[in-house]
Every structure is written in C-alpha cells, then in structure tokens.
Design a protein around this ligand. Structure first.
Ligand SMILES: CNc1nc2cc3c(=O)[nH]c(N)nc3c(CCN)c2[nH]1
Ligand SMILES: [Zn+2]
Length: 374
C-alpha cells in the first residue's frame, strides 16, 4: 500500500494538461500545483500561517541542508519535520543529490555514493542512497526523492549514459533502504540530459520499480529553453499516467503554464522567493523591479490585478523604501506577493483545465505578461 496516491480528475480537451489530486498522509492537494521551497525548514521570511493564508498546500525542504544543519537526529527528536517547523500539510524533501553537485566544488562520485566537502565547514562528507533515505526517513517527509546525480549541462552522451545507469541503480538501493513505505512515498527522478534514448532508458528503469510518483530531473540547469521543452515533450508521455509527474526546479510563470500543458502535475522553484529578496516582483504584466527609483513616489500596489493582502495594503513606494533600507519586512512583503502570485496562477491553470481552455488562457496570459508567443 503506497501512502501517496494520484487521482486523475480530467484532461483538458484543448491541451495535454490534466486536473488531478495527490493524496498524502498529511492531506491532499490539487494539481497542477506549485510547491514553495523551504530548504532550511522555512520558506524564507514566511510563517506557516501566512503560507496557509495564501493557500500553499505542499512545501519543499532539503535532505542535504537539514543533515548538515541542525542534523536529522534533532529533527527526529522533535517528532519529525512537520512538528519541528509547525507545518501540518504535505512536505516533499529533495534527496540532496542536486545540492551536493551544485554546492560542493570538490566531490568524487563513486558507485557507493558521493564524497564531498561540507560547503559551510569544509569537512569531508559522504552521501549515499542509503544515507539519503536514512535522513529522509528521520525527517518524516510525505514524499522523498530518490538520491540521484543531476549532471551539469552540457554532458557527453557517454558520461550521461553511465550516470543514468548509476542513478537507476541508486534508485533501487533507495527503495531497498526505505524504512517507512506505508507512511512515506519515494519518487524516482528521470535523468538523461538532452538525449532521448537515455531519457527513455531512465524512465523505463524507474517505472519497473513501480514507485508512487516520478520526477523529471536534469532540466533547468542552464540548457537552452528549446532543449528543455524538447526533453519535456519527449519524456512526459513516457511517465506512468496514473502517477504524479513532478518537474524539478521549474517555476517561471510561462514554464509553469507550458509544463502544465505538457502534462506535468507538480513544480518547485526558488525563483519567486529568491528574486523577492532582491526586490523583484512577478505581476500580471511582467516583472516589476520595485527597488527602481521610478517607484519612489508610486503609491499604487505592486499589481492592481492582485488580491493579496500586500497589494491591498501597501504601496510600491513603501515597499521600495523598505527594500532599499534592507528592512526584513520589505522582503516579507515581496515574498508573500510572489508566492501568492504563482499559487494564484496555478489555481487559474486548474480552472482553465476544468473548462477545457488552457490554450486560450496561455495566450491571454502570455500577451498580458509581455511574452511574445513562440
Ligand atoms: C533550478 N533548477 C533545478 N534543476 C534541478 C534538477 C534536479 C535534479 O535533477 N535532481 C534533484 N534531486 N533535484 C533537482 C533540482 C532541485 C529541485 N528543488 C533542480 N533544480
Ligand atoms: Zn499581491
């Protein structure tokens, strides 16, 4: 019995998008869904109450970071990550693979696992499929990601082939090492870079493990947009249609819409929270860099089409002042608005799917957002 199940509600007649529900031990969420990223057991500057207010349904956290600080033993002692951070809705934890490869310069990948240096203290560390599962089991996340290698872009076919084969073997070891299969779901991560043949092999290897969900990895790592779209187009149909499909690290408004059209159900990205902290906001008419001098006397909301409490109560001039003054409250306001914007966008995507008009919605949104149609 798997603790994570997917309910397909309907497929959009105009596109390949699908409306669904994912059920987890900590509640269900509608899909397509955006997942705010809370790497260090907090979605930076947001409280759980505010996340609920904006209707965040599931958040991400991270094996690598929480292992390093504060340590999974402390979180386990606290009763698990949900209790530790006072979040009683679903949590997905990434496995640490991507973080090791993106944070640690010195590393050595072996069949056993990855040797690398702690990016904070410099001490030597070793992460393996078994260790990644032991940490995630201790954290008690509802969805755990398999320990994988996300090769850099570009990578040769030969390197990618051996990496995909090793990531498939690592996924088997993750399944083997999984201690709580009735309460935590393990998702496989399809790799293969820009090579259709390897994407197909990776999808086939992982599908044979009959996992409760699958992710597309190895994208949004600096590859050209057309390669990302080509891989998305090719890989999504290879994924079991009865399981959730998660596109890792993708979060710009246009990519969320295009990914949904291609049949993706779950997305995560640090973009909305990261750009918020340098004073950039997502609005219905494109990005707005609220720290620009031109907003010094602009007493209108960040986005007059937005119904969030930030846009109802604060002005661009005030928020600009706070950001320029490095006032934490300024970052909280831009973060709240950006997350609300993406969560609201996904709600509009779900409504458009239910009314079989996601293609029309895309056209109207791209037009208003200032994205020239491809
Ligand atoms: C920002 N772009 C991006 N690409 C990713 C690929 C993987 C990937 O291939 N594997 C894993 N485990 N994580 C990834 C992540 C982190 C997702 N929170 C990615 N982020
Ligand atoms: Zn707003």
């Amino acid at each position: 019995m798997t603790p994570i199940t997917y309910e397909l509600i309907k497929t959009c007649k105009q596109t390949g998008a699908r409306l669904g529900k994912v059920h987890t031990p900590h509640g269900s969420f509608d899909t397509p869904m955006f997942m705010p990223v809370g790497t260090l057991a907090t979605v930076k500057t947001m409280s759980p109450e505010e996340l609920k207010e904006m209707e965040a349904r599931i958040i991400l956290s991270n094996t690598y970071h929480l292992w390093l600080r504060p340590g999974e033993d402390i979180i386990k002692e606290a009763g698990g990550l949900h209790r530790f951070m006072n979040w009683d809705r679903p949590i997905l934890t990434d496995s640490g693979g991507f973080q090791v490869f993106s944070l640690s310069k010195i590393r050595e990948i072996q069949e056993e696992g990855v040797h690398f240096r702690n990016h904070i203290s410099g001490e030597k560390l070793f992460l393996s499929p078994e260790k990644a599962m032991q940490i995630q089991n201790a954290l008690g996340s509802d969805i755990m990601m398999a320990f994988d290698e996300c090769p850099p872009y570009p990578a040769s076919f030969d390197y990618m082939k051996s990496s995909v084969e090793r990531t498939s073997r690592w996924a088997e070891r993750c399944l083997e090492a999984h201690q709580n299969p009735t309460t935590q779901g393990l998702f496989g991560i399809i790799q293969g870079g820009e090579y259709e043949e390897l994407r197909k092999q990776s999808a086939k290897d992982l599908a044979s493990l009959d996992l409760p969900g699958y992710a597309i990895g190895g994208l949004s790592v600096g590859e050209p947009k057309d390669i990302m779209n080509r891989m998305l187009e090719y890989t999504t149909p290879l994924m079991p249609s009865t399981k959730p499909r998660y596109l890792m690290g993708v979060g710009s408004p246009d990519s969320l819409i295009d990914g949904s059209i291609r049949g993706i159900d779950m997305f995560d990205c640090v973009l909305p929270t990261r750009i918020a902290r340098n004073g950039t906001c997502m609005t219905s008419t494109g990005r707005l860099v609220v720290r620009n001098a031109k907003y010094a006397r602009d007493f209108s909301p960040i986005d007059e089409n937005c119904d969030c409490h930030v846009c109802k109560n604060y002005t661009r001039a005030y928020i600009r002042h706070l950001i320029k003054s490095k006032e934490t409250f300024g970052f909280r306001l831009t973060t709240y608005h950006n997350l609300h914007f993406l969560l609201k966008l996904m709600e509009q995507v779900r409504t458009a799917i239910s009314e079989d008009r996601l293609g029309d919605f895309k056209e109207a949104f791209f037009e208003q957002y200032g994205l020239n149609q491809p």
